[in-house]
Design a protein around this ligand. Sequence first.
Ligand code: V47
Ligand code: SF4
Length: 370
Amino acid sequence: MQNIFLKQNLSSELKTIAQKVFTGNRITTEEGLFLYQHAEIGYVSVLANFIRKAKNGDIVFFNKNIHIEPTNICVNNCHFCSYSRKKNEPGFWEFSIDEIIEIISAHRDKKITEVHIVGGVHPDRDIHFYCELLQKIKQLYPEIFIKAFTAVELDYMINKAGFSLSQGLALLKQSGLDAIPGGGAEIFDTTIRKQLCHEKSTAAMWLAVHEEAHKQGIPTNATMLYGHVENYSHRIDHLNQLRNLQDKTKMFQAFIPLKFRNKNNKLSYLKEVSIVEDMRNYAISRIFLDNFVHIKAYWPMIGKEATQLALSFGVDDIDGTIEDTTKIYSMAGAEEQKPSLSTNEIIELIQSVNLKPIERDTLYNHIHEF
Ligand code: V47
Ligand code: SF4
């Protein structure tokens, strides 16, 4: 394949990039930008697919999980957010610890291995509330992994209680926190971040939270919110900052591109990007992030068919069964209004593109092969 590729009538830049990919070498930020600006979609698909196969063979991972969003009350006002509310505003919710436990117990028969907990930054809840929540979950369901709280929620809850980052994360880990999801990263570029979410934790803080978590042995994910007011340079800058941190710590598990959805938020005047753009973005992320093992497509965000397609653009993980437990995307207009897939549907989705489904746990240990 390499030779055919290199003999094609391609620009010298594209040939150099192909050569680097086929020999396992890293592309530069300039080359990443060049791919976004000039490469055909078929070209990036072939390269991303090559890397996916080299890293993960024919395996596509999924897990059995539920999402819990403890509250949508939030101190921030991110312009892309469709689901946050102020207290007592119509549509707000605020689950108690017992109510959260009830949600988990209602899904016990589904044999879930993970709870993913992400919500608004509640003004009155600090780390003590969340440690109690983690302890109760662990006490009742010690076999379930808890992947919880974005860096933005962590920054706020730890700060509010007057702890340092390292003290706070140590306490949360001790209470049962197993992993940290990738949310809150949005776009690291300062100017764009100010336009999107000026009150939110800074990019430097997001990176500091993840670096400290890695130092303490807590694996985390990374995301990038794309398709709003950013340009390709901002995306490459974001990917580059993630790649640099991963070089240092090697504790990011997966990178998850999050497509901006435009319903019911302050950025509703923006058009959503096309599915071609989504695929280009998956592929270039796969090519650029040579030190990330997994690229995840979050199916409730882009829909089932686009998720299948993404498996030819570098994606090797499609997240979980979710069981209709997330509102972040349905409130923002994602087509999966009732996001739930049975294990059989996930298996069929993967097998019908001739790949091999494997149920994983949060740490990518294999649970079932199909
Ligand atoms: O940070 C909010 C995004 C994120 C919109 O780690 C939006 O496994 C698109 O982090 N359009 C939170 N995106 C969710 C998240 C996540 C999701 C799935 C898996 C994992 C993981 C993490 O949701 C926020 C923000 O970037 N978001 N509003 C919107 N209108
Ligand atoms: Fe709050 Fe998160 Fe929504 Fe921003 S994206 S307003 S931090 S819930």
